[in-house]
Design a binder for this molecule. Structure first.
Ligand SMILES: [Zn+2]
Length: 369
């Protein structure tokens, strides 16, 4: 099977999170034929796969997910058909990230080495990410399977394959805040406390005081994702206001330091307005990181430049990925297809992009020797 046929085959499995077992069965057979030792690592309703060939260093681990986000409506071709039209493969997961998995599987056919290669695949990346990579890491540690380098196949490219790699990622924190004031008549504001006034000031203070960025990261950013006052009319000052907030942050902050900053900002508002603020526990956190090995970033960049003629841009932008877990055990770089259609209706990839990514992965494997 060539890279296109492999990608098509993977897309034909409906693997909306957490479904992934049948797709992993197919990959297990493929890897077993290539001489890999395969272990399945199910946790709750999530199936995971770890496979390794060779025992020596350097040990490179490829990390990916077979699960995909729901399809949405209005597809030009059925999302799990793997239709090819005019040199373009359509389907849910083509770029995020079955196309990358197919490119790596195809690249393995040529691989000859004194070192070793492993593959870690989960079906819980797009969902809660509680029974995938995060649970496999202790297993890797206990079983002496910690790699020297990790490559995550997320779609990092922007306009052409491998124009951008990720050498780190921002952190993420979400929280809800409720402010209690005092309801009253709009015409007699001195007898009421509008809950919106302190809430807006709190959000504004926090948004404008984060940072100006670092050489590796863009400035941290706060976005208000929900704002709500349960008011029915124009002549009532509302005594309660809620906001839901997400902050994407760089290495100048941590989950703990931001939680403290939020609490301090609340305290200031309380001192000024005497309003009572409730902070609902900050959640969904990911800490920011930068790849712990400049050498690994250079190795990946070189493998790209030798094939495409262009050195990739190193970026830390975008959302979170399983790299946030992997970076705790080894240096990690992310390199995959173009992300323009990831999670969109009509997600697609050109056959040329798949073939180029296969060549880059092949080159990276060659250079490891
Ligand atoms: Zn992904």
């Amino acid at each position: 099977m060539n890279v296109t046929e492999l990608a098509q085959k993977l897309i034909q499995f409906d693997t909306i999170t957490p479904k992934g077992s049948e797709c992993l069965d197919f990959i297990q057979n493929y890897l077993t034929d290539l001489g890999f030792e395969v272990t399945r690592l199910p946790f709750a309703d999530v199936d995971n796969l770890f496979a390794r060939k060779g025992k020596n260093s350097p040990h490179l681990m490829y990390v990916g997910h077979v699960d995909v986000v729901p399809t949405g409506d209005g597809w030009k071709h059925p999302p799990f058909a793997g239709t090819i039209e005019d040199g373009v493969l359509y389907g849910r997961g083509t770029v995020d990230m079955k196309g990358s998995i197919a490119a790596f599987l195809a690249a393995l056919k040529k691989y000859q080495s004194n070192g070793s290669i492993s593959i870690l695949l989960t079906s819980d990346e797009e969902g809660p990410a509680k029974n995938g990579v995060v649970k496999i890491i202790p297993w890797l540690q206990e079983n002496n399977q910690i790699p020297d380098y990790a490559l995550v196949g997320e779609p990092t490219s922007v306009n052409q394959v491998a124009d951008t790699i990720k050498n780190g990622r921002r952190g993420s924190i979400s929280f809800d805040i409720t402010v209690l004031g005092k309801q009253g008549h709009v015409a007699y504001p001195q007898l009421a406390d509008n809950a919106a006034t302190p809430l807006i000031e709190f959000l504004n203070n926090l948004k404008t005081s984060l940072d100006d960025g670092t050489p590796d990261f863009q400035p941290s950013n706060l976005e208000i994702v929900k704002l709500n006052m349960p008011n029915q009319t124009y002549n009532v000052i509302c005594g309660i206001a809620h906001a839901s907030v997400n902050i994407r942050f760089n290495t100048l902050h941590s989950f703990a330091s931001l939680t403290e900053r939020i609490q301090l900002a609340m305290q200031k508002i309380h001192e000024k307005y005497q309003s009572i603020c409730f902070l609902i526990k900050p959640s969904q956190s990911a800490e920011p990181f930068i790849s712990s090995s400049a050498e690994w970033v250079v190795m990946v960049s070189k493998a790209v430049a030798e094939i495409t003629g262009i050195s990739p841009t190193c970026s830390t932008s975008g959302g979170t990925s399983d790299a946030r877990f992997i970076q705790k055990i080894c240096p990690v770089v992310e390199l995959g297809l173009c992300n323009k259609t990831a999670h969109h209706v009509d997600e697609h990839v050109s056959i040329a992009d798949l073939e180029n990514l296969q060549k880059i992965y092949e080159n990276l494997l060659d250079n490891l020797n």
